[in-house]
Structure formats: structure tokens, C-alpha cells
Design a binder for this molecule. Structure first.
Ligand SMILES: [Zn+2]
Length: 473
């Protein structure tokens, strides 16, 4: 059951480092009704510890990423002060563009100057992506795939850096429309590019897709969008056939989704998202490097979050800047307000086993199985050896209790006799002085004082009785 936010208390540093919190982790209800920010990656923070634990045991993780995960790779985002919009404003101060969103709005195709600026910066962005290397966060996503824990990664990024790590991108999808084929195709995709792919070009008219070439790169750099070869070919065919010329030839632009236009594969993505939500059993949602400003992305988060919460999982957002909390209560549980790579580094230190590769884990399991088999074998051998020893050694004849007592008593009597004989030869320690008329013979009875602790009172009395009988005789 969700816990009231008023009851959620940030543990003080002292409390969080107490031995009790380190020894036996405090149970924290992680699902929250209000988005809770976590400002520091404190190793003693019990909420972070619990998040790590849940992440460690999750099986179907959904990741949603934004420009923040690629900033450390040197790829500028649209909105920040060092982003693409600011670069454009510096180079073209006279350009009537008020925001990054406006620069990438579909309406730019109505303005020749905007088209020129758009072409120039798309080529710059493409070149920087070609030089960029995947970040720690990209590798984290690839690692989730390696561990079979990645259900899907939805990304708003157009750089496609995940492909460098061997992840399968959704832009490689084919046009097979049968349901069976769709399910199997969708399952093969690791990364779904919600806003398209910068690494390919598409015609504005026939939507034919091409790969970048050096020739076209030069065209973009000059601020010109190249014409579509397919459209030109079609026009030429019509000309040869004597048909009416349409006079329309499409332009090549990066295969990305601009503000104000629909994704060409929106139906495909919507169908796949439904499949993930209904059958994918997502149990953890990690949103990274995005402020969640785009409406379509907001809907994706809400759909997945609902399913994750129903399955007892949690939703976290890792982003440096706050997204505000008014509209995300009950949808996102925690916002970790740190750089994404920094958070991954923190995870590596806190849950190192999580970062073992599947091959390492399989090898460890095999070693454990072999060690267990060896232990069982050694135990069996030990049992058999013990059995053989018991068979070779005949058991001693059991002695009855009363016999033991008799032997003990006889031994005592023998000891007494021996002592009597021994002590009779030794000088008397104390002799009773008898009157002369009572001295009948030279052999006089002797009083012997036994100090040996082995002689009991009972034996002493028996001895005195024996002596008195002798006297009477
Ligand atoms: Zn075309």
C-alpha cells in the first residue's frame, strides 16, 4: 500500500550511518504517492539502498532516455544553455527563432532561411554523432540487455549511439504487417527511437530512406537539402512515358520527427508499446536524462508506470534538473537529481554483482554446482570410510553393571588387605598402653591411623570390629 508522503522522512546522515541501518537494512515503503526528490547519492540513504535492491532483483526493466544521457558524449541537446539552439543563435543572431523547439518545428520548411540553418546544423549534429562514443549510461542499457533484464529502451534521442554497442534499433524495422511477424519483430528491438534517427535521411515526399553520403554532407553543410533520387527517377520515367510532369521532387532531410508532425512509425510503436505493457510484465521503469516535456513521451511514461506499480515495482527518474512534481505524483516515485553517468558509477560501487556479465554469472553458477558436487562426494566417501572402520573393529564385550560394582568392591577389599599387611610391618604411629598383666604375648595389636582418602569410614569400622574380635580371642 502506498505510504503517505508526510510519513516519508529523509534519514539524517547520523541515523543513516548507524550500525543498525547498516547491519539490518530498514524496510522502506518505496512506492510513493508523491514524487520524492533525492539530491545526493549518499551510500547510507536507505531509500537508495532499497532502490538498488529492487533494481537488482528486477527481471523486466523498461528504460526511457532523453538528451541528458548523450550530453557526456559531446552531443548537444536542444534546450540547455550549451545546446543546439544557443549555437544556432550565436551563428545566426538575425534568425527569427525564439526557442529550440521552434528550430525543429515542421513549419521551418515554409522559410528558406530556416531550411538553410536547419540543414547546416543537422550536418554538424550528424558529424558530432559520428565522432561520439557511447557513455556509461548507454553501456548500462547494453548491460541490461546482456543480463536479459531489458524489456525495452524507449529513447527520445536521435543519435543512435546504442547501436554502437550492438543493440537492435527500431529504425531497422521492415514492413511486414502480419500480427505474428509483428510480435517477433518487436521482440527483437532493444531500442525504440521515438523521435527518429539522425543517421539516415528520408524524402519529404516519397519517404524513401537513404544513408548519408559525402556528397550529401557537403550539400547540407552549404545549407541546402539535397533532392531525392527516387523522386527524380520517377519524374524522369514519367517524362520518358510522355506523361504529365508533376514538377514535384522531394528533399532529403534527416529521418527524424520534427515538432508538429507525426512519427511515420507511430502506429507500429503504439502497437509495440501496448504489447510491452500488456504482456511484457515490466517491473521497473528508469527514466534518464529527460525533463519529460513532450506529450507523447508523457503518455508512454504513464502507461508503463501504471503497469510497473501494479506489479509491485517502482519508477525512478535520474535527471539533473527538477521536473517539478505537480503532475507526476503517483506516477514517478523518486527523482535522483544527479548526472546519469554519475548514478551508474554509484550503482557499480553499491551493487557490483549486478554488473557482472551473464557469462561471468553462468561461470560462477557452474563453479558453485561443481563445488557442491565435490562436497557431496567427499561426504559420501567419509560415510563409507566410517562404515568400513566399524566393520573391521569388533565391539568390546559389554560388562554388566552389578559385575562392575562387584569387581570394584573386591578391589577395595584387596587394597585394604594389602594395606593392612603393609602397615603391620611399619612402625606404629600410636599404640594403646595396656597394663602389664594384660600383656599376654609379644604380638600386640596395633592401632593404625589411616589417612588415605581412599579408605572410607565404613572400612575403618570394619577394621575396628575385626580388631576387637581378635582381642576377645
Ligand atoms: Zn522522394
Amino acid at each position: 500500500m502506498a505510504k503517505d508522503a508526510k510519513c516519508e522522512q529523509t534519514p539524517s546522515p547520523r541515523a543513516s550511518r548507524s550500525p543498525s541501518s547498516l547491519g539490518s537494512p530498514q524496510k522502506v515503503e518505496l512506492k510513493t504517492e508523491r514524487l520524492t526528490p533525492i539530491a545526493e547519492l549518499d551510500i547510507g540513504d536507505v531509500r537508495l539502498q532499497q532502490i538498488n535492491r529492487i533494481l537488482n532483483r528486477s527481471r523486466k526493466i523498461v528504460v526511457l532516455t532523453g538528451a541528458g544521457i548523450s550530453c557526456n558524449a559531446g552531443i548537444p541537446d536542444f534546450r540547455s544553455s550549451s545546446g543546439l539552439y544557443e549555437l544556432v543563435k550565436k551563428q545566426f543572431p538575425e534568425l527569427p527563432i525564439m526557442s529550440g523547439q521552434e528550430m525543429f518545428d515542421i513549419s521551418l520548411f515554409r522559410d528558406e532561411l530556416k531550411i538553410s540553418v536547419f540543414a547546416t546544423f543537422m550536418e554538424k549534429l550528424y558529424s558530432s554523432v559520428q565522432m561520439a562514443q557511447p557513455t556509461k549510461t548507454h553501456k548500462f542499457i547494453a548491460h541490461l540487455k546482456n543480463r536479459n533484464k531489458l524489456l525495452r529502451c524507449y529513447t527520445q534521442n536521435i543519435d543512435g549511439l546504442e547501436e554502437n554497442l550492438g543493440l537492435e534499433m527500431s529504425n531497422n524495422e521492415t514492413n511486414d504487417t502480419t500480427i505474428t511477424a509483428f510480435n517477433s519483430r518487436w521482440k527483437n528491438f532493444d531500442v525504440v527511437q521515438l523521435h527518429g534517427d539522425l543517421n539516415s535521411l528520408a524524402c519529404t515526399r516519397c519517404f524513401h530512406v537513404f544513408q548519408w553520403s559525402r556528397y550529401w554532407c557537403r550539400s547540407f553543410r552549404r545549407g541546402e537539402l539535397p533532392t531525392c533520387p527516387t523522386c527524380e527517377e520517377q519524374n524522369y520515367k514519367r517524362f520518358q512515358q510522355g506523361k504529365r510532369q508533376t514538377g514535384i521532387t522531394g528533399l532529403l532531410r534527416p529521418n527524424i520527427v520534427l515538432y508538429g508532425e507525426n512519427h511515420p512509425s507511430c502506429e507500429f510503436i503504439a502497437q509495440g508499446l501496448t504489447l510491452d505493457v500488456q504482456r511484457g510484465k515490466p517491473d521497473f521503469l528508469i527514466i534518464m536524462g529527460t525533463s519529460l516535456k513532450v506529450d507523447g513521451v508523457k503518455r508512454v511514461v504513464r502507461q508503463i508506470s501504471k503497469q510497473v506499480h501494479e506489479r509491485g515495482g517502482i519508477v525512478i527518474l535520474v535527471n539533473k534538473t527538477s521536473i517539478g512534481d505537480s503532475s507526476w505524483h503517483g506516477v514517478i516515485d523518486y527523482q535522483i537529481m544527479r548526472d546519469c553517468d554519475e548514478w551508474v558509477t554509484y550503482l557499480e560501487a553499491q551493487i557490483p554483482d549486478f554488473f557482472k556479465t551473464q557469462e561471468q554469472i553462468d561461470k560462477l553458477r557452474q563453479l558453485r554446482r561443481e563445488a557442491s558436487d565435490l562436497r557431496k562426494k567427499a561426504l559420501e566417501e567419509q560415510k563409507q570410510n566410517n562404515l568400513l572402520t566399524m566393520i573391521k573393529t569388533p565391539p568390546s564385550t559389554p560388562v554388566r553393571k552389578d559385575q562392575k560394582q562387584a569387581q570394584s568392591f573386591d578391589g577395595n577389599l584387596e587394597n585394604v588387605k594389602k594395606r593392612l599387611v603393609t602397615t603391620s610391618k611399619s612402625p606404629c604411629k600410636r599404640q594403646k598402653k595396656l597394663p602389664d598383666n594384660e600383656k599376654i604375648s609379644k604380638r600386640k595389636p596395633k592401632y593404625i591411623h589411616y589417612t588415605n582418602s581412599q579408605l572410607s569410614q565404613y572400612i575403618m569400622k570394619r577394621h575396628l570390629l575385626f580388631k576387637s574380635e581378635k582381642l576377645m580371642l
